[in-house]
Write a protein that binds this ligand. Structure first.
Ligand SMILES: [Zn+2]
Length: 46
């Protein structure tokens, strides 16, 4: 699941795949930021 946030009205959308022609349902904006889940870097030193 990939989360996008509208660059105009900040509406969050969730998409399973990257969809071409993604349009904000609220304002019709077509520019989105892709929200990446914070990847935890786990370092194990033993
Ligand atoms: Zn919007």
């Amino acid at each position: 699941m990939v989360q996008y946030r509208c660059s105009n009205c900040k509406t969050q959308l969730e998409m399973d795949l990257e969809t071409l022609g993604l349009t904000c349902r609220k304002c019709g904006n077509k520019i989105f930021y892709k929200k990446r889940p914070a990847s935890k870097k786990t370092v194990t030193t033993d």
